[in-house]
Ligand binder design. Structure first.
Ligand SMILES: Nc1ncnc2c1ncn2[C@@H]1O[C@H](COP(=O)(O)OP(=O)(O)OP(=O)(O)O)[C@@H](O)[C@H]1O
Ligand SMILES: [Mg+2]
Length: 215
């Protein structure tokens, strides 16, 4: 049976100006949801809010059965360490280490083992022994995705995971993410500029004029 992974109600946030008003969004297990919208409209900010890293000016978030703004710090740390997977716009890999070492750190911290099949599906099995600084941008991107999936998160937040990639590699990454969601009954919230990648998700939203609507 599907389970509600994320339920965000009445979320509003501003920096210098109002970014969005009263956004409602929810996600069931085994589902994926894409958020599109123009540069600067607040997509990354919304993702930071939904993934527990930024507190909105208004609103309530229930994430994996936890009310985020009633949680003790150690419980938030636990959620972030074991259950939440984040793929950032920039990779934050440890540059002096190999791809495999970067992936190992995530799997050790979350008591999981590395799935070699995942490395093969991302087509990085032959390059993971190389240092990050010796990998291409797209290879680094795939290492960062392997690192996140290796901790077996229950929900994945991905900010432009296929940005700057050729279409074939972008589609490969989307397939790996969507297969993971089905296999582990997990959830995916994806921010992307690419309408084609967005349309691979179960639900597509657009953030525009401070509102989020289904497209
Ligand atoms: N920490 C912050 N402090 C002040 N302003 C911020 C902060 N983070 C983001 N902003 C501003 O909020 C707006 C939305 O930024 P955000 O990164 O959410 O946009 P985005 O939709 O992800 O854009 P892009 O598609 O270019 O990644 C921008 O005008 C940005 O300058
Ligand atoms: Mg952004």
């Amino acid at each position: 049976m599907d389970k509600i992974l994320l339920d965000a109600k009445d979320i509003s946030h501003s920096f210098d100006y109002k970014l969005f008003n009263s956004i409602n969004i929810n996600l069931d297990s085994s589902s994926s949801l894409a958020i599109t919208g123009r540069s600067g409209c607040g997509k990354s900010t919304l993702l930071h809010i939904l993934s527990s890293f930024l507190k909105p000016l208004n609103g309530e978030i229930n994430l994996l059965d936890n009310n985020l703004y009633n949680l003790k710090d150690n419980k938030i740390e636990e959620l972030r360490r074991y259950d939440i997977g984040i793929i950032f716009q920039s990779h934050y890999l440890f540059k002096g280490m190999s791809g495999l070492e970067n992936i190992e750190i995530a799997s050790i911290l979350s008591n999981e083992t590395i799935d070699n099949k995942l490395l093969e599906r991302l087509e990085i099995q032959d390059v993971v022994e190389q240092k990050i600084s010796e990998l291409s941008g797209g290879q680094q991107q795939r290492v960062s995705i392997a690192r996140v999936l290796s901790k077996k998160p229950k929900i994945i937040f991905a900010d432009e995971p296929t940005g700057n990639l050729d279409k074939e590699t972008a589609t490969l990454i989307m397939k790996v993410l969507l297969d993971y969601v089905k296999e582990y009954k997990a959830g995916l919230i994806l921010v992307t500029h690419d309408r084609e990648m967005a349309s691979m998700c179960n639900y597509c939203y657009k953030l525009e004029d401070k509102e989020l609507s289904l497209i």
